[in-house]
Ligand binder design. Structure first.
Ligand SMILES: Nc1ncnc2c1ncn2[C@@H]1O[C@H](COP(=O)(O)OP(=O)(O)OP(=O)(O)O)[C@@H](O)[C@H]1O
Ligand SMILES: [Mg+2]
Length: 261
């Protein structure tokens, strides 16, 4: 299980971006982390994956553990060795390599024969990739690229897969296909931390969800609880929204309404 407790992260020694967040991803579950642009979602992923240094950031408080291992002290490749693998925002695939070459590159730590078997099995499970195995990845559609990025991550045999906005920029029909892939990942027993701005998608897939704003968790609950929450509906599902800017604004607005009535 992944456990983040009271994590504070600062960029360039001054900019506090995470202000004491706590969240958990239990084994075998899909947990969604929602929130608007700039909330600190990607920063949370960087903290988990040992990438803070690279971005001149530092965890100044709190802890992150995975099955007891202290992730904050590990280098990125050591985090991967613990079974925690991420698919970065904007799907970093090699556009000049074919689909199959991309998968081979992703599985570089494994022995040749076993590796090829796993790649073949993956292509069978995701025919979208199989049918395009010799095609340059740069020519794949956004959704296909996302599936390739997820497929490549799966070859590392993660116990926890972190997806940073997998639906970003995808047409609704393709989002459905990516959602199906995420369901299959869970069926294989892999836990998923799903970062999303598409709240409807996140609620559909997740076992539990957290809402983050301005570096803090402002709401959490299981999908039915979140969907029933009026503030959440107004801001994230756009039901009854009146152009308000943030979840905090919605709460303030509702409080004001109560005072006035
Ligand atoms: N390298 C950096 N140096 C300084 N500030 C940064 C850096 N990277 C991100 N930030 C700031 O940290 C805050 C959180 O950014 P982050 O990328 O974590 O948000 P996010 O929730 O992933 O947003 P998005 O939905 O747009 O991807 C933002 O205000 C951003 O400007
Ligand atoms: Mg982000």
């Amino acid at each position: 299980m992944l456990e983040i407790s009271n994590l504070e992260v600062v960029y360039d020694d001054v900019v506090v971006v995470l202000r004491g967040i706590s969240l958990q991803v239990p084994d075998g579950k899909i947990v969604a982390l929602l929130g608007p642009n700039g909330a600190g979602k990607t920063t949370t992923v960087r903290a988990i994956c040992g990438l803070l240094d690279l971005h001149d950031a530092e965890a100044t408080k709190g802890a992150i553990t995975f099955d007891g291992a202290d992730l904050l002290t590990l280098r990125p490749e050591e985090v991967v060795a613990q079974g925690v693998v991420q698919v970065m925002e904007g799907r970093r695939i090699f556009i000049d390599l074919t689909v199959e070459e991309n998968l081979r590159a992703g599985a570089h730590t494994r022995r040749d024969e076993a590796r090829q078997q796993e790649i073949d099995a993956l292509m069978e499970r995701f025919p979208v990739l199989g049918e395009r195995r010799h095609q340059l990845a740069g020519y794949l559609s956004g959704g296909e690229q996302q599936m390739l990025a997820i497929g490549r991550a799966l070859l590392v045999k993660p116990s926890l897969l972190i997806l940073d906005e997998p639906s970003l920029g995808l047409a609704p029909r393709i989002v459905g296909e990516v959602a199906q892939v995420i369901r299959e990942v869970k069926e294989r027993g892999v836990s998923v931390l799903l970062i999303e701005q598409n709240a409807a998608l996140a609620l559909e897939l997740a076992d539990y969800g957290y809402v983050m704003e301005n570096g803090k968790i402002v709401l959490d609950g299981d999908p039915t609880e979140l969907a029933d929450n009026q503030d959440f509906q107004e801001f994230y599902l756009g039901i009854g929204a009146e152009g308000r800017r943030s979840y905090a604004d919605v709460k303030l607005y509702r409080r004001k309404k109560r005072w006035l009535s």
